[in-house]
Design a protein around this ligand. Structure first.
Ligand SMILES: Cc1cc2nc3c(=O)[nH]c(=O)nc-3n(C[C@H](O)[C@H](O)[C@H](O)COP(=O)(O)OP(=O)(O)OC[C@H]3O[C@@H](n4cnc5c(N)ncnc54)[C@H](O)[C@@H]3O)c2cc1C
Length: 321
């Protein structure tokens, strides 16, 4: 990448979000010679945030400061970033994580600065960006068709680059002025998760949306109960459906597990899920779709309906006892 590369760093409660370090790896993979970090916050908190970024990445950091930036809103970010980028000429690439915030403001920002917007990037090709299509069954290569591009990058797709640098980058704090907004943040609340022993379990049996209904969770739970030191995991899809509590979620925005055995039942294998279980000793996947992305990481793949396969397996195991 010949042009200028900017990484937007999100933060919460005075802490830089972990996915930011993945964006640094992404910038390197894109061949960005001298990427710059941008952090937006209120005047009271901007300096420590910008300093942390400069020390941990060695990159130069621009801190955009304004009291309207106390707490995230898309409007606050866009009204600050648009004037900042308006006068930038030539090729530019602005990146953020494909999290609720990135999804929220990136498309709007791209429209406002006449950039193209490429979302959910998982890999880098020859001058192209690669993203999943149809639940990971296909990979699409997308090329930016304008000088300016706004990208969102999937959490978990790039290994975090996170090592304290000997020489920190330079920090420049830029007052963003007093911008009056029609929206304001009421703050965020951390979820309360029960400890269900996922991270210490030797066997994790996980349910994906392929289970089809909350009733069928019992099949996966039954399979899990056959193993001592086991725990029941789930994809975000299952938790979003309300079939299991979010404390069961595995992935980039859930738990990270590395059991001896990971059994994935009806799970497509989205990159965010893989990020949370790819270091398991052995991965066995059951899925009706032979092209499901989960089979790319599985050591053993069973192409079968889980409602047929799990009762058979449970029955066999019980008979052997
Ligand atoms: C910012 C962000 C963060 C995210 N974080 C996470 C995260 O931490 N963890 C996570 O898991 N997801 C996360 N996601 C969601 C992720 O992108 C996927 O949408 C999700 O993992 C898909 O869940 P799934 O595999 O259960 O469902 P689907 O993708 O719908 O897959 C269901 C699978 O079941 C198979 N199937 C259907 N019927 C059967 C059957 N009868 N028997 C066997 N197989 C069957 C299908 O072939 C399919 O492959 C995140 C998304 C975003 C945008």
């Amino acid at each position: 990448m010949d042009g200028r590369f900017f990484i937007i760093a999100f933060h919460e409660g005075g802490r830089i979000q972990e996915e930011t370090w993945e964006l640094v790896s992404f910038a390197r993979r894109c061949g960005a010679a001298d990427p710059a970090m941008i952090v937006l916050s209120d005047e009271g908190t901007i300096e420590p945030l910008a300093d942390e970024l400069a020390h941990r990445t060695g990159l130069n950091v621009v801190g955009l400061a304004g009291n309207h930036l106390k707490g995230y809103t898309a409007e606050a970010y866009i009204s600050t970033l648009v004037p900042f980028f308006r006068d930038t000429r030539g090729e530019i690439c602005i990146t953020a994580t494909h999290t609720s915030r990135g999804i929220d403001f990136a498309p709007q920002l791209s429209v406002m600065i006449d950039a193209c917007c490429i979302t959910a990037v998982e890999d880098v090709g020859e001058g192209t960006f690669i993203r999943s299509l149809h639940h990971g069954r296909f990979r699409g290569e997308v090329r930016a068709d304008r000088a300016a591009a706004v990208l969102t990058v999937m959490p978990g797709a790039f290994a975090p680059e996170d090592a304290e640098r000997e020489k920190p980058g330079k920090v420049r704090i830029v007052p963003a002025g007093d911008i009056s907004l029609s929206t304001r943040s009421h703050g965020t609340r951390a979820p309360v998760h029960a400890n269900i022993g996922l991270t210490k379990a030797e066997v994790v049996v996980s349910a994906g949306r392929g289970v089809g209904s909350s009733e069928n969770i019992r099949l996966v739970a039954m399979l899990s109960s056959l193993f001592p030191k086991s725990a029941l995991g789930a994809t975000r899809g299952v938790c979003d459906q309300g079939w299991l509590d979010y404390s069961h979620q595995i992935g980039s925005t859930g738990n990270t597990v590395s059991p001896r055995l990971y059994l994935a039942c009806g799970i497509s294998g989205a990159v965010q899920h893989i990020a949370g279980m790819k270091n398991s000793g052995m991965i066995v996947a059951v899925n009706t779709d032979p092209c499901a992305a989960i089979f790319r990481v599985a050591h053993y793949g069973i192409v079968e309906d889980l409602t047929t396969f799990i009762p058979l397996l449970v029955d066999r195991c019980l008979k052997r006892e």
